[in-house]
Design a protein around this ligand. Structure first.
Ligand code: KG4
Ligand code: ZN
Length: 339
């Protein structure tokens, strides 16, 4: 009997469903919520309502695209957290109901673990090169910035994390003060391509070990804009691309600095990045450069798997299924959840 996993991801503002059979991805559908754009950030109550409206059609479509009937599903995996509680509740409740009605196992998945597991997503007729162990992964998303040593599919150790803001948050907050649209990360990435990364010198933290900090940079950027706007109200318009390029370069340098330190000190040569910010072209270039210099075996996720998606939940669920790591019907979502 093949092992067929249906997975649900609803931790933030994307409703996603995916089907994996024997470790191979058959479908991955994402319904994004446009409703938040005009508010400049995700509105939790609107997100959970949109998940409620989207979840049944998205699951239905994902199963149809995979060519899988409900009675062929071996287990249902879902994101338990971290994330917005109201959003997580929709996915968790749906998964529980589906598992109960079909008498199949329920598998809870940590969203951060799943981002790292992106590197094990296998698609038919594609180069499915997965990292070998141990694997050092820089996980950079809107809510998290962590350095993780992956010892096995289900054995992860966090060796460093941000002590304040996440890298994606730094991109988004700095974009907001420049009046750019939400989410700011991809907008900064685009504008940075036309700017001079050396135009503005921005502050870099001096934090010990493998931890990160981005709040000092955010404040420094804010004060630079405030002081410069006093002298020239057109400052942002005149220097927008240079500001974006300098900001992106600083964030990327901070990220790479600790990644290199971690690789050097642990001796791990299998290195990769994951999470929404892993789509950043500056980060991808910088990590590729370091990989060549340091002879790393580099793993860059495909762009479609950097943002939140259920394919990563499904593949993590598949590995948990093989180890019989199931959840009970009494399981509850967690807004905070360490890797
Ligand atoms: O992993 P993700 O989709 O959601 C979380 O789990 O947080 O990450 C979203 C984050 C946002 O902060 C967004 O601005 C950032 O990823 N992001 C980028 C880029 N694409 C998405 N940041 C910089 N450059 C990009 N190209
Ligand atoms: Zn995420």
């Amino acid at each position: 009997m093949p092992v067929t996993i249906l997975a649900i991801e609803s931790s933030c503002d994307d409703t996603s469903a995916a089907v994996v059979r024997d470790g191979l991805l058959l479908s991955n559908l994402i319904a994004s919520q446009e409703v938040h754009r005009k508010y400049g950030g995700v509105v939790p109550e609107l997100a959970s309502r949109a998940h409620q409206a989207n979840i049944i059609p998205v699951v239905d479509q994902a199963m149809k695209m995979a060519g899988v009937r409900p009675d062929e599903i071996s287990a249902v995996a879902f994101t338990r957290g971290p994330g917005l509680l109201g959003s997580l509740l929709v996915g968790t409740s749906f998964a529980k109901g589906f598992a109960l009605s079909r008498s199949i196992p329920l598998i809870d998945v940590n969203h951060l673990h799943a981002h790292v597991m992106t590197h094990w997503i296998k698609e038919p007729e594609r180069d499915n090169r997965a990292p070998s162990f141990p694997f050092l992964c820089l996980l950079v998303s809107g809510g998290h910035t962590q350095l993780i040593i992956v010892r096995d599919h289900l054995e992860l150790e966090e060796i460093g994390s941000t002590i304040d803001d996440a890298a994606g948050e730094a991109f988004d907050k700095c974009a907001k003060v420049m009046g750019l649209s939400y989410p700011g990360g991809p907008v900064i990435d685009k504008l940075a391509a036309k700017g001079d990364p050396q135009a503005f010198k921005l502050t870099r933290p001096s934090i010990k070990g493998f931890d990160y900090s981005f709040s000092g940079l955010k404040t420094n950027f804010l004060y630079l804009l405030r002081d410069s706007l006093r002298e020239d109200p057109e400052f942002i318009n005149k220097h927008r691309d240079d500001l974006c390029a300098s900001l992106q370069k600083t964030i990327v340098d901070i990220l790479i600095d600790k990644l290199v330190k971690a690789a050097d000190e642990t001796g791990v040569k299998e290195v990769g990045i994951a999470g929404g910010v892993a789509a950043n072209s500056g980060l991808r270039q910088a990590v590729t450069h370091q990989a060549n210099k340091k002879s790393w075996n580099l793993h860059l996720p495909e762009l479609k798997y950097t943002a939140d998606n259920a394919a990563m939940i499904a593949i993590t669920g598949f590995f948990k299924y093989l180890k019989h790591q199931f959840a009970g019907q009494d399981i509850t979502p967690l807004a905070r959840f360490n890797v």
